[in-house]
Design a protein around this ligand. Structure first.
Ligand code: CA
Length: 331
């Protein structure tokens, strides 16, 4: 094991060596932690190794697929499986690493624990009163799908396609909250995933706070892109008048696509009022009438795509601008 002094996050060449050591299983000492922001910066230059041992990468976000000198080429799980590598561990979730759910080719992005300001400031244009800004701490990392769930993935597990706009890589829509929850439960019982998740973790819809935290990806502006939303950045406002294949627009800083627009995304929470006080791991009210939906859609305007914007729907309702994004998270 090597010790590392604290390092300057602006100097990626220094960090490259440190992260390369970490990826080889070495540990930070002296109680140091590599923050997600630092790792985000470095991980763009240093790819994760396809196989790691132990938990030394916990709380580190591994998202890069860019090769760097002296390190193994990152191999997508699907390619490794195709090459006969049945021990490819990235097909199972390891904390701190992205992984792909085999069978569905569903890419899951590790979201590190952290703290952020949920809601919108009073100065934000088009804000609603129910967006009271408050500090949220998320104590546990989780995985959120890189994309909205596609029709191909939904059909592979559920055997039917309810969507209005048909296409394998279009987001599934016309799914109720109960349909989305049923998908998560069934996935958790499938041979691809059963017994392969960290203790206490389950496939679920994201909590509203997790959704906004991941959508913001460290930003504080109305959109993760900045103060405004352009039609080249997201599918909204009927610019193309239908859903688009997932990933057609640029990702946010944490690698998530279409958190603004395309289809609304069900969250697990009942809609309720925010507290102005700081909260930890908020799961929403115990009871309610409508479930939270987030992120706007191809139909709606930019204001409804804001990171803080909260919308709602009856858990039995279905709409052709409403789908969901899979989450693997603790209770
Ligand atoms: Ca969306």
């Amino acid at each position: 094991m090597r010790s590392y002094a604290w390092f300057n996050i602006a100097d990626a060449s220094v960090n490259r060596e440190i992260v390369a050591g970490l990826l080889s299983g070495e540990q930070l000492t002296q109680g140091q932690n590599l923050s997600s922001q630092i790792y985000q910066k470095v991980s763009r230059e240093v790819p994760p190794k396809p196989v790691i041992q132990g938990g030394s990468l916990r709380n580190i976000l591994a998202s890069s697929v860019v090769p760097a000198a002296g390190l193994p080429q990152y191999v997508p799980p699907s390619a490794a499986v195709a090459a006969g590598d049945t021990n490819f561990v990235s097909s199972s979730p390891i904390m701190g690493r992205n992984f792909t759910i085999p069978g569905l080719e569903l890419e899951m992005v590790w979201i590190p624990p952290g703290k952020f300001m949920m809601g919108s400031p009073a100065s934000e244009p088009n804000r609603d009163d129910i967006e009271t800004q408050h500090e949220v701490t998320l104590t546990k990392g989780f995985w959120l799908a890189k994309h909205e769930l596609t029709q191909k993935q939904y059909v592979a597990l559920m055997g039917k396609n309810p969507s209005k706009f048909k296409g394998e890589n279009l987001p599934v829509e016309l799914v109720s909250w109960k349909d989305a929850v049923a998908f998560c439960l069934k996935l958790g019982e499938s041979t691809h995933t059963k017994g392969k998740v960290p203790f206490g973790y389950q496939y679920k819809l994201p909590m509203e706070a997790q959704w906004e935290y991941a959508c913001r990806a460290g930003t504080t502006t109305a959109f993760h892109f900045g103060a405004s939303l352009q039609k080249r950045q997201a599918n909204f406002n009927k610019h193309v008048n239908k859903t688009q294949p997932v990933g057609s627009y640029p990702a946010n800083e944490w690698g998530l696509h279409d958190v603004h627009g395309n289809v609304w995304e069900w969250c697990s929470d009942w809609l309720g009022a925010y507290s102005a006080a700081s909260v930890t791991d908020p799961a929403g009210p115990a009871t309610g009438v409508d479930r939270v939906i987030r992120g706007g859609s191809w139909v709606g305007n930019a204001g409804g795509c804001r990171s803080a914007f909260r919308f709602r729907d009856d858990p039995d309702d279905r709409a052709y601008g409403l789908g969901f994004r899979l989450c693997l998270r603790a209770e």
